[in-house]
Design a protein around this ligand. Structure first.
Ligand code: IPE
Ligand code: IPE
Ligand code: MG
Ligand code: MG
Ligand code: MG
Length: 296
């Protein structure tokens, strides 16, 4: 699929996700209306929606019910957004811009940013547990995947490593684990979600997981590159944040050129992982291309 086709596809899919997010987190009046205001501020009107789009795309590829995938897909965006709100806090990366706007703690306050993240995290699991379109077994499977991939052996563990290794030169293996946990885990969850919703068999799920891990790793290598090569206007967030925070990144370890070829290597692994699947994988390949070539 061409890059121009994929950008049209991304637009239509983002639109579906945004509409559902808008329905799931409506503005509310009352004593804690600010919670819904800050949550809507953080989650609506910005972001590539890559994780939920991966869920919709995987579900569609496996001929599952895309309508039923919409709400679970949005729970991934909630967990991702919570992780970004907390990642930007002064006690973490201390960044002022995200998705072309002030970060939540800059717009509101640190306390509200912590609570907005907590709300999105908690609400995501409430939505899965009460999803009217999923049977009990599928709910339990999705909840387990989401908790695991965003927990200690996933995003949170990765963020802890990210803090611990600030200012240190780490091995390539350590950096790979850091990135696998902080970024690839949730991206893998997005693909697994599609597999579960569309009843993939265990060997297909295994291929999907391998694809997810590989594009997730490619995604973070490119994120590290963009942190120094992009502009704030293009990227919509504070740049050179990694340098300021002395982060261990692929760029600090390998330099930009080698980091690029490292990303390409993960991309190739991802494409290979799709080979055994007896479906039309062109949209997942298109998303992998987008991940590698994106400029924001
Ligand atoms: C940024 O994620 C943070 C990482 C996990 C690397 P995205 O680049 O997907 O951010 P949005 O959702 O498009 O804003
Ligand atoms: C954050 O990684 C990944 C998370 C899981 C929160 P970064 O700190 O590199 O993300 P950006 O560059 O601020 O978006
Ligand atoms: Mg960070
Ligand atoms: Mg950051
Ligand atoms: Mg980054």
């Amino acid at each position: 699929m061409m890059m121009t086709d994929i950008s049209h596809y991304l637009k239509t899919q983002s639109h579906l996700i945004e509409e559902e997010l808008d329905r799931l987190i409506p503005a509310r009046h009352g004593p804690y209306q600010q919670l819904f205001e800050s949550a809507r501020y953080a989650i609506l009107g910005g972001g590539k929606r890559l994780r939920p789009i991966l869920t919709l795309t995987t579900t569609r590829m496996l001929e599952g019910n895309v309508q039923f995938a919409l709400r679970p897909a949005c729970t991934l965006e909630m967990i991702h957004t919570y992780s970004m709100i907390h990642d930007d806090l002064p006690c973490m990366d201390n960044d002022d811009y995200r998705r072309g706007k002030l970060t939540v703690h800059k717009k509101y306050s640190e306390g509200h940013a912590v609570l907005t993240g907590d709300y999105l995290l908690t609400y995501a699991f409430e939505l899965l547990a009460s999803d009217p379109h999923l049977n009990a077994e599928k709910k339990a499977q999705l909840i387990t995947i989401l908790a695991r991939q965003s927990g200690s052996d996933g995003m949170i563990g990765g963020q802890v490593m990210d803090l611990i290794y600030e200012g240190q030169k780490v091995s390539l293996d350590t950096l790979r684990l850091l990135h696998r946990n902080k970024t690839a885990a949730l991206i893998t969850a997005a693909i697994e979600f599609g597999g579960i919703i569309a009843n993939a068999n265990p060997s297909q799920l295994d291929s999907l997981r391998q694809f997810g891990e590989a594009i997730g790793l490619a995604f973070q290598v490119i994120d590290d590159i963009l942190d120094i090569t992009s502009s704030e206007a293009k990227h919509g967030r504070s740049i050179a944040s990694d340098i300021r925070n002395e982060k261990s990144t692929y760029v600090s370890l390998l330099g930009i050129e080698q980091a690029q070829s490292y990303a390409l290597n993960f991309y190739n692994q991802a494409i290979k992982a799709l080979k055994p699947l007896p479906y039309d994988t062109s949209f997942l390949v298109g998303l992998a291309d987008f991940i590698l070539k994106r400029k924001s």
